[in-house]
Write a protein that binds this ligand. Structure first.
Ligand SMILES: [Zn+2]
Length: 352
């Protein structure tokens, strides 16, 4: 397992006070150990599911103390991270659970002066498990509305499908996104194993989403090479690339991204901890930024990767020498790359 970069000092006041947006944030990855312990007490019985392939039935009935939840998050390899992620998703079972984790996520975002977030919700995982998504999403929406009121934060949802669950599953996720389009659902995304399921097969599913006015993001170039990013751009017409760090292996691709200002959702700590990047110093964030790519900084699964958005900005400063002006540019990029309507974008940009 790669080491987390040590930060001295912690995020500066300048970084904390900077207004910013977060564009790659998985709701399930914002569940902290106390909340996981709380959820596990709410659900002390195993998950009954119509699709056992995804679930570990016995584990899903375990009650965690806060200490045990912390131990689960102190994993030593990628499999350990997957277990932690599953432990959370298996305990998100009711509308109230979704409301709770959405509200707490927004509270943590406000503490770092995040004004707008575009949050992935794993509709694909919920459906794969055999649960109905609509009532759970209604809970998440309750959390969003309360969070907007209490923290003054704007939030869009991105419904997330899983590549290796196949085309039909992805199609169902898109259908749900179309159905709930008027409830702050800005777009669809797809994650999962890039090597097992290339972009091409999802072409029609993505075209269907675009026809209904949904915006498109694709996790690509995280575990697979530049060809995966080309696939996301050419086959799926992605508006934004999730991760995209391996674009750096193809100079033509870097030029393409820079010329067309295709935003890239960079997640430094995530890439180091999952082993996609061998060490933090090896991360291409600086090279991509210097090449003119529209780089944004994000956390991916902050509580599971022991990070915050402010921490990611501090890493950019401390490890990669981003100046205050460049840090401000990254914050501006986060609004420019968002799916906000133009007027709202300008309003937020004026605050950077
Ligand atoms: Zn992600």
């Amino acid at each position: 397992m790669n080491e987390l970069p040590t930060l001295t000092p912690p995020p500066s006041d300048f970084i904390l006070s900077l207004h910013k947006a977060e564009l790659q944030l998985h709701l399930e990855g914002t569940v902290d150990p106390p909340t996981l312990a709380e959820l596990s007490r709410r659900h002390p019985t195993p998950l009954s599911t119509t699709n056992n392939r995804y679930s570990n039935i016995e584990e899903s009935g375990r009650v965690f103390s806060e200490e045990e939840a912390r131990e689960l998050y102190a994993y030593a390899n990628f499999t350990g991270f997957m277990w932690a992620f599953k432990a959370v998703t298996e305990r998100l079972r009711t509308a109230d659970d979704y409301e709770l984790v959405t509200y707490r996520m927004m509270q943590k975002l406000q503490a770092q002066n995040v004004l707008h977030a575009e949050v992935y919700i794993s509709a694909g995982v919920v459906q794969w498990r055999g649960q109905e998504f609509a009532p759970l999403f209604a809970g998440a929406e309750r959390g969003r509305r309360r969070g907007e009121q209490d923290f003054g934060l704007s939030l869009f949802w991105i419904f997330d499908a899983v590549r290796h669950f196949g085309i039909e599953e992805a199609g169902r996720v898109v259908d749900e996104a179309i159905r709930f389009k008027d409830r702050n659902v800005a777009g669809v995304g797809i994650g999962g194993d890039e090597r097992k399921a290339g972009a091409k097969q999802f072409r029609e599913v993505y075209a269907h989403a675009a026809e209904h006015g949904l915006r498109l993001t694709v996790h690509a170039g995280e575990t697979a090479g530049p060809e995966s990013i080309w696939g996301a751009l050419r086959e799926l017409k992605a508006d934004r690339i999730g991760h995209g760090l391996r674009a750096i292996e193809d100079p033509e691709l870097v030029r393409y991204l820079a010329e067309r200002q295709v935003p890239v959702e960079i997640c430094i700590t995530s890439n180091v901890l999952t082993g996609c990047c061998s060490a933090v110093e090896q991360h291409p964030v600086r090279k991509l930024f210097d090449a003119g790519v529209l780089v944004t900084l994000n956390t991916d699964d902050p509580d599971m990767f022991h990070t915050t958005l402010a921490r990611e900005y501090q890493i950019a400063h401390q490890v990669f020498g981003f100046s205050d002006d460049e840090i401000r540019q990254l914050a501006k990029n986060s609004f420019r790359a968002s799916f906000l309507p133009e007027g709202k974008k300008q309003e937020f940009l004026a605050k950077c």
